[in-house]
Design a binder for this molecule. Structure first.
Ligand SMILES: C[S@@+](CC[C@H](N)C(=O)[O-])C[C@H]1O[C@@H](n2cnc3c(N)ncnc32)[C@H](O)[C@@H]1O
Length: 191
């Protein structure tokens, strides 16, 4: 079970230096190695230790750093989504699968394609535009399909819209900013 106590007990033992060699951008490597409370990568790696042989979703791949951090526990399979391909990462990481598509099929209207994948995911990391549009839509989508599991939200204090979004969520939630990203890190539990 994920709790603040359990995270505290293991997060400071995580060393991402070996994994960081897979990133192709020096600035990204610097961010990746920042400590808990500054950046969220160590927290994402820590989350991966709470699951084995599980599916974890990363929405908003960008250069690939969040998917890489989530792949820390190699027994899990990571599916990482983005609308565009901006990866700057070693392609030979066989527990990460990249998908260029909108997970809610917003643009094609072909709803339902990824429902089974989402429902079989133990944890979902959501880190997209932070303008509220996709965040609210995705949250409602999870409720509609009756998702059970954890939703990790990056940047919950980045702007007013994200604060409103965080406050709007009615499920059990934990503010993990002190162990995650300075811009706000939140974990929602869908029971
Ligand atoms: C802040 S970056 C992600 C950073 C990455 N998660 C990390 O922690 O290293 C945001 C990314 O979300 C992507 N994005 C925006 N809307 C999206 C959507 N509806 N589905 C998937 N990705 C999306 C953008 O293309 C961009 O690459």
């Amino acid at each position: 079970m994920i709790s603040i106590q359990n995270i505290n007990d293991s997060i400071y033992n995580i060393d991402l230096s070996e994994l960081s060699k897979n990133l192709h951008n020096e600035n990204m490597v610097k961010d990746f190695l920042e400590p808990p409370g500054t950046n969220h990568y160590q927290l994402l790696s820590c989350f991966s230790l709470f699951f084995d042989d599980s599916i974890l979703l990363d929405i908003g791949t960008n250069e690939g750093a969040s998917a890489l951090a989530m792949s820390y526990n190699k027994s899990n399979k990571i599916y990482s989504f983005d609308l565009v391909d901006n990866r700057k990462i070693n392609e030979n990481l066989n527990n990460i699968h990249y998908i260029i598509d909108d997970i809610t099929r917003e643009y094609t209207g072909n709803d339902g394609k990824y429902d089974n994948l989402v429902l079989s995911s133990s944890m979902i990391m959501l880190d997209t535009e932070h303008d509220g549009r996709f965040e609210f839509k995705f949250y409602k989508y999870l409720k509609k399909i009756n998702y059970k599991g954890y939703l990790f939200l990056d940047d919950i204090y980045l702007n007013k819209i994200m604060v409103n979004f965080w406050n709007y969520i009615t499920e059990e939630k934990m503010d993990l900013t002190n162990l995650g990203h300075w811009s706000g890190s939140g974990l929602v539990v869908f029971k």
